[in-house]
Design a protein around this ligand. Structure first.
Ligand code: GDP
Length: 442
């Protein structure tokens, strides 16, 4: 799935190595490659253009965080923009409303409409719904039999369609049967054509007007690339879609339709069909697909954690304070909060290259419970106490212990630890960055 695109992007990012800062030139070089990769993947031309300009805007001049290479930074930006393009959170199926809910499946012949109707029925069954399948494609007589067969396989009732009837009447008649079978979702498998045509649209519109479906889902074949996008555009203009199911995605090495549809047509992809079997239907998550395309989940989570937690200015200010020996209990608390934001120190170290050597650092991090206790104690101090721990006498200690639900022993231990860290920082600051922490880690 999307192998071509993944390989091309991986090649591009490899070449970005070795720069300390993202310059306009190295971004421009990389973006030229990304642009080609996306065009080769059959992503819509205009979508590519906007995408590239957006990534450039975010990347140029961006300070690269320590422990992260410029390539990793660019991967993260490309990933975020891919997610935005495909709809960020992803849009779930409408599952509430007057019973029965009505889902109308539309699309061209051969896209996978009948198969997807049965897949969707199975998916809904797993979510505790009671679906009812309605064959409303009387153009292709085999379609009725096909859906009946598939319905049996997923153990979902199928309406006994009379092929001589009008599709609108079939859909209306199916409502009573669905109610009798105590089903709560109607899945209408409507007719397809080889091409979009007026008569088909008129029929689909008539069904939509009478049945008021909560979902009008276009089933489109992702292997057809930009054609799938054009089909989506036509159906949306004539009928108004609520979502798209892209099929045969597992065989699509390029991925152009998946990346472009949302941006061009403004309709979310809701599912991906990833095989002929009836359980081969996946809920669409833009972020997961972006991860798959970039194939670098570990890098992404590392950059995410680092960018969420490390505030460059704060770190610099802290370094200055350390050098001047002005490190206070407030700074101590900020540091603990940063560690908490980034997850356990252990899991962070695992993601860094060469971190195996740092095994003994694990024990330096306090555990979650301890961090909470320390936060509570510092939270119970006055500002003056936090800024100058020397004023914390016996009666203040008692008050702080009471306020934080801890004991005086806990408060004493914290103050002792704090003094020790302060001392250590003073020593490190005196050694300078090359001899201090830098040396400890190398
Ligand atoms: P319809 O004419 O739109 O109703 O299409 P069908 O449901 O009959 O499907 C056409 C062909 O596509 C069948 O052979 C299906 O098995 C196949 N198909 C449907 N969805 C997928 C999918 O996600 N992956 C693959 N590989 N084949 C699919």
């Amino acid at each position: 799935m999307f192998d071509h695109l993944s390989d091309r992007l991986a090649e591009t990012f490899k070449r970005l190595k070795g720069h300390g800062k993202l310059t306009e030139q190295n971004i421009a070089d990389a973006m030229r490659e990304v642009r080609l990769a996306l065009l080769e993947a059959d992503v819509n031309y205009k979508v590519v253009k906007d995408f590239i300009s957006q990534v450039k805007k975010r990347a140029v001049g961006q300070e690269v965080m320590r422990s992260i290479t410029p390539a990793q930074m660019v991967i993260k930006i490309v990933h975020d923009e891919l997610c935005t393009l495909m709809g960020k959170e992803g849009e779930p199926l409408v599952l509430t409303g007057k019973s029965p809910l009505v889902y109308m499946m539309v699309g061209l012949q051969g896209a996978g409409k009948t198969t997807t109707s049965a897949k969707l029925a199975l998916n809904l069954k797993k979510r505790g719904k009671k679906p009812f399948l309605v064959p409303a494609d009387v153009q292709r007589p085999a379609a009725i039999e096909q859906l009946k067969r598939l319905g049996k396989q997923v153990d979902v009732p199928v309406f006994d369609t009379d092929p001589g009837q009008d599709p609108v009447d079939i859909c209306i008649a199916s409502l009573a049967d669905a109610a009798r079978a105590e089903c709560d979702v109607l899945i209408l498998d409507t007719a397809g054509r080889l091409h979009v045509d007026e008569a088909l649209m008129a029929q689909l519109k008539a069904i939509k007007e009478r049945l008021h479906p909560q979902e009008a889902l276009l089933v489109a074949d992702s292997m057809t690339g930009q054609d799938a996008v054009n089909v989506a555009q036509s159906f949306h203009q004539s009928l108004g879609l609520t979502g798209v199911v892209l099929t045969k995605v597992e065989g699509d090495a390029r991925g152009g339709a998946a990346i472009s549809i949302r941006a061009v047509v403004d309709v979310p992809i809701k599912f991906l069909g990833v095989g002929e079997k009836l359980d081969a239907l996946e809920v669409f998550h833009p972020d997961r697909l972006a991860n798959r395309i970039l194939g670098m989940g570990d890098v992404l989570s590392l950059v995410e954690k680092a960018s969420e937690a490390i505030d460059q200015e704060k770190a610099e200010a802290l370094a200055k304070k350390m050098a001047k020996n002005q490190f206070t209990l407030e700074d101590f608390r900020d540091q603990l909060r940063q560690i908490r934001k980034m997850g356990s120190l252990d899991s962070i170290l695992k993601m860094l290259p060469g971190a195996g050597k740092l095994k003994n650092m694990k024990n330096m991090a306090p555990d979650e419970k301890e961090i909470k206790r320390i936060e509570a104690i510092i939270g119970s101090m006055t500002v003056a106490e936090r800024q100058n721990h020397n004023i914390i006498n016996a009666s203040r200690r008692k008050r702080i212990a009471k306020g934080s639900g801890t004991t005086v022993t806990d408060v004493n231990r914290l103050l002792k630890n704090f003094r020790q860290s302060q001392k250590m920082m003073k020593q490190m600051a005196r050694m300078g960055p090359k001899k201090g922490l830098g040396k400890m880690l190398s």
